[in-house]
Ligand binder design. Structure first.
Ligand code: CUA
Length: 435
């Protein structure tokens, strides 16, 4: 019994450790946990995990208990006696084959069932979203509504969402711990994953991640999923479908003259729609083509964005920028669509010169929560530095270094041409205006 006093001495430490663990579990919020699922998919996986943990623990405890019992009971007590030697025991062998078989049934049945459930096709009427993994950001398309967004999706509660997963380059993996995942985005293959955010889920933001190593900025390939109520979703969709709300033309004095043409187009006696005079005038006055006018819509209010959804990635110290500069959005727009700059890679719906598809669609960038694929808070401070030197902000980034005199870590030289801080401030003001 030499071991007992030592065990007694260690016991308080063990108790303390257990207590500390319990306290930690209570005191902290875990936004990226899979143990608080908010969809049927998440619950199916969670149920499976619970069951596996239960049976795994049961087997472990029983086997270890039996092992310890046998070790102590039959340990060698003196040097002279030899224990009885036996070979084979049919009864025992049948028992230890049957017990695992029964346990396996309890594990295998729900496992196989969950695999079939989660691999089945999504039900009809599901909201389809095409997901394209790109180094290192997420392109999201809503084919049903005809618009694209990046690094951020809104989904209505209570409606099944069917994600069509593809990659434009290497393998990525889609994961929103509290909703669903993980599932890979593989070249030359289309994967699917579907889930239904609970109809009781609040209007809030969930963190999403790439969980397949995909290169230098794999850890910086994040996204946000925003669950909203069905009416908020309808409003958001209308807004996203419309063109960017920015024009160098004077803003319409009375927005009421625009609204009727969007909501209910007046019809003449033959049933043909009549274009309201006011709208026609407005369209010719605008510098942008007469695309769908901007429809104000739902954007998640700041007080509904949980703290965990706001990134805190520090800005690299070597990028200097004068935050006191005041940008002019009209000059910013001219710079944006100037030859071979931003517009070569980015689309801004309603701006005929900005139709690039190398970088994210920026139509409503001003309404997004983050930039750089969930890496930085979307505000003037971060946007300015991002434009100035995106490759220092995010390793491996293909976005060109635009700040004049900035060191490009990929080209390994200083940019002799480029934008001044004032020009950057102008572009920041323009982008921030694109709500
Ligand atoms: Cu994409 Cu890791």
């Amino acid at each position: 019994m030499r071991g007992t006093p030592r065990l007694r001495r260690l016991a308080p430490y063990g108790a303390l450790a257990v207590l500390a663990l319990a306290l930690v579990a209570c005191a902290q919020e875990y936004p990226n946990t899979t143990f608080q699922p908010n969809s049927e998919y998440g619950r199916a996986i969670d149920f499976l995990w619970d069951r596996l943990l239960f049976f795994g623990t049961l087997v472990f405890v029983l086997v270890e208990a039996a092992l310890i019992y046998v070790v102590f009971k039959y340990r060698r007590r003196d040097e002279t006696t030899t224990p009885p030697q036996t070979h084979g025991n049919t009864k025992l062998e049948i028992i230890w084959t049957l017990i695992p078989a029964v346990i396996l049934v309890f594990i295998a049945v729900p496992t196989v069932r969950t695999i079939f459930e989660t691999q089945a096709k999504a039900q009809k009427g599901a909201l389809e979203i095409e997901v394209y993994g790109r180094q290192w950001w997420w392109e999201f398309k809503y084919p049903e509504y005809g618009f694209s967004t990046a690094n951020e999706i809104y989904i209505p509660t209570g409606r099944t969402v069917n994600l069509v997963l593809r990659t434009k380059d290497v393998i990525h993996s889609f994961w929103v711990p509290q909703l669903a995942g993980k599932r890979d985005l593989i070249a030359n293959r289309t994967n699917h994953i579907w889930f239904t955010p609970d109809s009781t889920a609040p209007t809030t933001v969930w963190n999403g991640f790439c969980t397949e190593y995909c290169g230098a900025s794999h850890a910086n390939m994040r996204f946000r999923v925003i669950t909203v109520q069905p009416n908020e979703f309808a409003s958001w969709v209308q807004h996203q479908q419309s063109s960017a709300f920015f024009s160098t033309a004077p803003a319409p004095a009375a927005p009421a003259t625009v609204t009727p043409a969007v909501a209910t187009a007046p019809v003449d006696s033959t049933g043909k729609p009549v274009v309201a005079e006011a709208t026609a005038t407005l369209a010719t006055a605008a510098t942008q083509p007469a695309a769908t006018p901007n429809v104000p819509g739902f954007i998640i209010p700041a007080d509904k964005v949980p703290a965990y959804a706001i990134p805190e990635t520090p800005i690299p110290a070597r990028i200097k920028f004068d935050d006191k500069l005041v940008g002019d959005p009209a000059s910013g727009e001219k710079l944006f669509v100037g030859a071979g700059t931003c517009n070569a890679c980015h689309t801004i719906k309603g701006s005929p010169m900005a139709v690039g598809n190398i970088g994210p669609d920026l139509t409503h960038i001003g309404s997004r929560l983050t930039i750089g694929a969930g890496m930085f808070k979307n505000d003037a401070k971060h946007m300015a530095r991002w434009i100035k030197n995106a490759r220092v902000m995010k390793p491996g980034n293909i976005m060109t270094t635009l700040g004049k005199g900035e060191y490009d870590p990929q080209l390994k030289n200083k940019m002799t041409a480029g934008l001044s801080d004032q020009q950057i401030a102008d572009i920041v003001a323009y982008l921030a205006a694109l709500k």
